[in-house]
Design a protein around this ligand. Structure first.
Ligand SMILES: Cc1ncc(C[n+]2csc(CCOP(=O)(O)OP(=O)(O)O)c2C)c(N)n1
Length: 321
């Protein structure tokens, strides 16, 4: 199979895996497990961008991080163990879904403080540039944040610093149209995010965030620019948060016509249709792929539920003071 087709398949399977993982978390939450903020509908952003990074690179992410982690190669069973607070989780069960970090994957941190990721990413990028700490030569940093974070002052501070200090930093705004329970058009003019970024004098690309191939192509261009110049680049990915802000959320405030329109452009559906149109997959092939990811998630759940709770005598371990 040509490389291009293999990549297209891999993107579809990774998006399916992210979706199945998050749907499992939603189910778990209904039975009393800790709630999470899912990225359902935004999988193409995570998969397209993370695939353009390499092992030297670092990721700084936010409260919708499952896609970024899974696209980076995180094991769903260890993620699930983390969310359930078990010792086999990436942070020994101490972080839940909102504060995960995975050093072995180069995922430096998950910030649940909106804009917190933007305040820390320039520092991580400066370390990469200086060859400090655990950085690797030539490595860059990708920071993921939402349209709500783009309304905060730190957005401009981070962009200004990255441009002035020429930091190897890829800004990735997942514009999912929502800021918790507020539609973004109540807080900003349409098309504001890219315009604001452009004002800081760095390359800016606005892309259909539900088209995984388009996201990947734009991310690859941005990463190439950062590696060639050492300076930052910016991507705005237009997408849609299909589920609520967190679980459970009845989405009573959502315009159902808007939601339905975006569901027609679901990123997994679009990639499935693209592969089908190329004759690379059929309905049976899609069903087999879906079955495979469901089995992976079922095994992950068994693993997570069988994992032990941290014991009280470890309470003060990993505490920084
Ligand atoms: C500084 C701060 N203010 C408010 C909150 C509560 N909060 C959590 S997520 C969120 C919405 C963020 O919107 P956006 O940045 O667009 O990200 P999205 O949730 O859409 O992915 C808010 C207001 C917070 N965690 N941190």
């Amino acid at each position: 199979m040509p490389e291009e087709n293999r990549a297209a398949f891999h993107r579809l399977e990774t998006m399916l895996l992210i979706r199945a993982y998050e749907h499992q978390l939603v189910e778990l939450q209904r039975t009393g497990a800790p709630g999470t903020c899912t990225s359902v509908g935004q999988e193409a952003c995570a998969v397209g961008v993370v695939e353009a990074l390499d092992a030297r690179d670092r990721i700084v992410t936010n409260h919708r991080s499952a896609g970024h982690l899974i696209a980076r190669g995180a094991e769903p069973r260890r993620l699930m163990a983390e969310v359930l607070g078990r010792v086999d989780g990436y942070c020994g069960g101490r972080s839940g879904s909102l504060h995960i970090s995975a050093k072995e994957l180069g995922v430096v941190l998950t910030s649940t403080i909106v804009g917190g990721e933007l305040s820390m990413a320039p520092g991580v990028a400066l370390a990469q540039k200086m060859g400090a700490g655990n950085s690797e030569p030539g490595g860059i940093v990708a920071v993921f944040f939402g349209d709500g974070a783009a309304c905060e002052g730190i957005f401009h501070e981070a962009l200004n610093l990255a441009v002035q200090w020429q930091l190897p930093l890829l800004f990735v705004c997942e514009n999912n149209q929502w800021q918790a329970f507020v539609h973004r058009l109540e807080t900003m003019p349409d098309k504001a995010i890219s315009a604001w970024a452009r004002g800081h004098g760095l390359p800016v690309d606005s892309v259909d965030g539900n088209d995984v191939d388009a996201v990947h192509a734009a991310a690859a261009r941005a990463v190439a620019h950062i590696r060639a110049t050492g300076g930052p680049a910016f991507l705005e990915l237009s997408t849609y948060r299909q589920r609520g802000h967190y679980e459970p959320d009845d989405q009573a405030y959502v315009d159902s016509a808007e939601l339905q329109a975006w569901l027609q452009r679901d990123p997994i559906r679009m990639q499935g249709e693209r592969l089908t149109a190329k004759g690379l997959i059929d309905a049976a092939g899609l069903a087999a792929l879906e079955l495979r990811v469901r089995e992976t998630i079922a095994t992950a759940l068994d693993f997570a539920q069988a994992s032990a709770w941290p014991t009280p005598d470890t309470l003060l371990e990993h505490v920084y003071a």
